[in-house]
Design a protein around this ligand. Structure first.
Ligand code: PGA
Length: 256
């Protein structure tokens, strides 16, 4: 699916799964299966401790490596944190920011998400900013308001020339890890509205260049229909990215 003005990006989010010793077999198998990555960019987001190995294993391939989190600070006395410039130096390209699990379990507010987005952009990396509503919010009919607020707050103070480097992942929280997927129409409806917000903030040229992914129980069976929607430019995939064969099948769907 060749979307004229923007990249389709298929990103796997391993979350806190797999072991360092799994990296080589995984990357060998994925490199073989996803040999012909054509119309999309592929990213594998591993835990911090596996990043050096993953970067090495995907060198000279069309697969990039991403982190799942980053510090909002540039450097200094912040024990246990990892900075965006450290990730860049390692060869990491993307960073997931504001995943709903970080917002829910680690107190990540919209302000922290915004500071992390800026840290990632300042280091020359690409943030994948996650937004999405809970099932209660969807039932209350406030999905658009929630998502709009998250997008606007994540981007507040981000200059126009940097916005082309961001990726937004629309991930309805009720669809993450539950096996319940948004219908292609519902998912695309929110993605279209996210693009309209970017258009209102930064203009039409920038808005059409921004990649907007869908995430939430995407799998080899539903990927094609989701990715065929005009405003869905890829996927952020958790569970189905843990098996190279499933992840490669989703990459195939994006290649069509
Ligand atoms: P899932 O996770 O594909 O397992 O639903 C998606 C995500 O959390 O990014």
């Amino acid at each position: 699916m060749n979307k004229k003005y923007r990249k389709t990006i298929i990103a796997g989010n391993w979350k806190m799964n797999l072991l360092p010793s799994d990296v080589k077999p995984y990357t060998d198998e994925l490199r073989q299966l996803a040999g012909k990555v054509r119309h999309c960019e592929v990213v594998v987001c591993t835990p911090f401790v596996m990043l050096p190995q993953a970067v090495k294993a995907f060198r000279d391939s069309r697969i990039s490596v991403g982190a799942q989190n980053v510090s909002d600070k540039d450097s200094g006395a912040f024990t246990g944190e990892v900075s965006a410039s450290q990730l860049r130096d390692l060869g990491v390209k993307y960073v997931i920011v504001g995943h709903s699990e970080r917002r829910a379990y680690y107190g990540e507010t919209d302000e922290i998400v915004c500071a992390k987005v800026k840290a990632v952009l300042n280091a020359g990396l690409y943030p994948i900013i996650c937004v999405g509503e809970t099932s209660a919010q969807r039932e209350q009919g406030v999905t658009d308001e929630v998502v709009s607020m998250q997008v606007k707050l994540a981007l507040s103070g981000v200059p126009a020339e940097k916005v082309r480097h961001i990726v937004i992942a629309y991930e309805p929280i009720w669809a993450i890890g539950t096996g319940k997927t948004a219908t292609p129409e519902d998912a695309a409806d929110v993605c279209t509205k996210i693009r309209a917000i970017i258009r209102a903030l930064y203009g039409a040229r920038t808005a059409r260049a921004v990649t907007i992914q869908y995430g939430g129980s995407m799998n080899p069976k539903n990927a094609y229909d989701l990715l065929a929607m005009h405003d869905i430019d890829g996927g952020l995939i958790g569970g189905a990215s843990l098996k190279p064969a499933d992840f490669a099948a989703i990459i195939d769907a994006a290649n069509q």
